[in-house]
Write a new protein. Structure first.
Length: 164
């Protein structure tokens, strides 16, 4: 089964996830430290985790499986999900992969250091309609890529012809 896990505390694209998941017939777990209002649908499950600030991340990392999708801006959580074979999208449509996570972790560490030293005081750029559109496109592309690959593994989808 292909499920979507939303790191929901500060996620600006929950409604978009719901629309895509409904169209594609996917289960969505909305995971947060506080109760989140979610549409009353049997395929959407609100998960409230108590404890540390990382409790929601820990729950997602524990439950996510290969080929599931995590929606999160949390780089360490992304790393944990990727190590389990899951896919990770940020809310602005950026996909993190095994190949790119090392650079993202290094950039995060550098920015933490710069913020701690007072060199950088701002946060990320504001979320825009273009970011929302990019997210929707990328989420749909990731779902279709997973389904094509899974179909090819099962023999449901023809393999692309090999290059001469």
């Amino acid at each position: 089964m292909l499920d979507i896990y939303v790191d929901a505390d500060a996620c600006p694209v929950k409604e978009e996830v719901y629309r895509v998941a409904e169209r594609c017939g996917l289960k969505v777990y909305v995971v947060a430290n506080v109760l989140m209002r979610v549409p009353p649908r049997e395929w959407i499950e609100a998960v409230v985790v108590k404890g540390s600030a990382d409790a929601a991340d820990d729950w997602i990392a524990e439950h996510i499986q290969q080929d599931d999708i995590a929606i999160s801006a949390d780089i360490p959580l992304a790393d944990r999900c990727l190590k389990k074979g899951a896919h990770v999208l940020g809310s602005k449509g950026q996909e993190l992969t095994i190949e790119t996570i090392g650079g993202a972790l290094a950039t995060r560490a550098l920015m933490d250091h710069l913020r701690g030293s007072g060199e950088v005081t701002g946060g990320p750029a504001a979320f825009t309609p273009r970011d929302r559109s990019k997210f929707l496109s990328k989420l749909d592309a990731v779902i279709q890529r997973i389904r094509r690959r899974r179909g090819a593994v099962r023999g449901d989808v023809a393999e692309p012809p090999s290059a001469p």
